[in-house]
Design a protein around this ligand. Structure first.
Ligand code: SF4
Length: 424
């Protein structure tokens, strides 16, 4: 099903901040998903993402995050996606999930809303047997792991693992070996999650892959094969322009339609479409090999039913992934929490929301984007292709040549840009 604006674009929706517990934005879109970043740090340095290497000042406390989620649920949020940076670097992750339990079930007649699902997007490098089990026991329901290649060289390149010093041949070998080690960790993480009870057949365990034309286009079939063998839904993510920090250029984008077509030539597919408010269009392998998905925020934007709010690790809310500025929520959190003020502020932010960056980009740049193979045809020929983004992350065990843990480039605004790749 493809959602569309129930009302014409630009028609505003004026309601006093406290009058409605479930506000609609200016395009009549409800709030439904909160992406909450727990840390800006990451142990990988994927070139398409380039997350921050350091925490911002004024990181939120557990109590402050709880209040934010509780308030967002009052305003309509039903799904919480925990992101980063790499969220498994955050020590309070399980404590936060446990503390959200009262929001999961409400007494009958309670109108404060229910948090129906808690999901995590991670690179999996820190997902041990124990961590997977403790997350499940805490109440986590879904994990999306990121993996951008099925061989060591591709994984190392896409994860931004630093080349080692030394003669070229040795450098290549070492680089690939480190990629192999990273790949092995992610594959182990998949099995740890499965053993902990995250069932891929129930959509509780998925694989994300960002594909770029000159980075890992050759990994489409190997990644699809890997996901099919392990019973995982593979979600292909178009390379996106997250601010100016990842050197994005249209020529690097492979449209979802092209990616899906290439896989479909090998394993025939039948389309399933995109769920309302979802980011991924999905296909079923005709041979019973499971599901394939694509997130096409460049070639087939889905702003029309976007219901996502993002809050950074230091409490800045963005009503669009690509918004240049956000709203600092800390004045309603510190020094003492102001529940009513926070509810009014978040509600007002959502009611004023007019964002549809990807659609506007698509329209204004259509001519410039035309050279991207298949780009325009995707948007027009298969309107069910919709999408958005997802993850990147960090690996604690990826020392550089000097033995330092995963180093990464210094970041530039927007500070929330890394969240672009943090799962739909
Ligand atoms: S660009 Fe992405 S985050 Fe922004 S409104 Fe469109 S779909 Fe939503």
């Amino acid at each position: 099903m493809l959602c569309r604006y129930p009302r014409p674009l630009g028609r505003s929706h004026s309601v006093s901040p406290m009058a409605s517990p479930a506000p609609l934005d200016r395009h009549h879109r409800p709030l439904g998903v909160l992406r909450l970043s727990l840390t800006a740090r990451c142990n990988l340095a994927c070139p398409y993402c380039l997350p921050d290497g350091q925490e911002p000042a004024g990181l939120l406390s557990l109590a402050e995050r709880l209040l934010l989620v509780e308030t967002a649920v009052q305003l309509g949020v039903h799904t919480l996606r925990l992101t980063g940076g790499e969220p498994l670097l955050h020590g309070d992750l399980e404590a936060l999930i446990r503390a959200l339990a009262p929001l999961r079930q409400r007494p009958q007649g309670d109108r404060r809303g229910v948090l129906r699902q808690i999901a995590l997007t991670t690179n999996g490098t820190l997902l041990s047997v124990e961590r997977a089990r403790s997350l499940r026991q805490a109440g986590l329901e879904r994990i999306t792991l990121s993996l951008d290649g099925a061989d060591g060289a591709s994984v190392a390149r896409m994860a931004g693992l630093a080349p080692s010093a030394g003669p070229p041949a040795a450098e290549d070998d070492t680089h690939s070996a480190r990629g192999e080690a990273l790949l092995a960790r992610v594959l182990a993480a998949i099995e740890h999650a499965r053993a902990a009870g995250f069932d891929p057949a129930a959509g509780e365990l998925k694989l994300n892959a960002v594909i770029t034309r000159h980075g890992n286009a050759d990994q489409l079939l190997p990644l699809a094969a890997l996901a099919r063998q392990r019973g995982l839904e593979l979600r292909l993510i178009e390379y996106m322009d997250v601010g100016n920090r990842n050197g994005w250029e249209p020529a690097q984008v492979i449209a979802a339609a092209e990616m899906v077509a290439r896989i479909g030539e090998r394993w025939p597919l039948e389309p399933l479409g995109r769920d309302c408010h979802g980011t991924a269009s999905r296909w079923r392998y005709r041979d019973g090999g499971g599901l394939l998905a694509a997130i096409a925020s460049i070639s087939a934007p889905f702003c029309g039913d976007c219901n996502r709010l993002r809050i950074t690790a230091d409490g800045v809310a963005y009503s669009c992934l690509f918004a240049a500025s956000g709203t600092d929520l800390r004045p309603w959190l510190r020094p003492r929490p102001d529940r009513d003020g926070l509810l009014a502020a978040l509600g007002s932010l959502w009611r004023q929301r007019d964002d549809r960056y990807s659609e506007e980009r698509s329209r204004s740049a259509e001519a410039a984007m035309a050279p991207i193979a298949g780009l325009v045809s995707v948007a027009t020929a298969d309107s069910r292709l919709t999408a958005e983004p997802q993850a990147t992350a960090d690996i604690e065990a990826a020392p550089d040549a000097n033995g330092n843990p995963g180093s990464m480039a210094a970041a530039s605004p927007p500070a929330h840009a890394e969240m672009a790749y943090l799962g739909g």
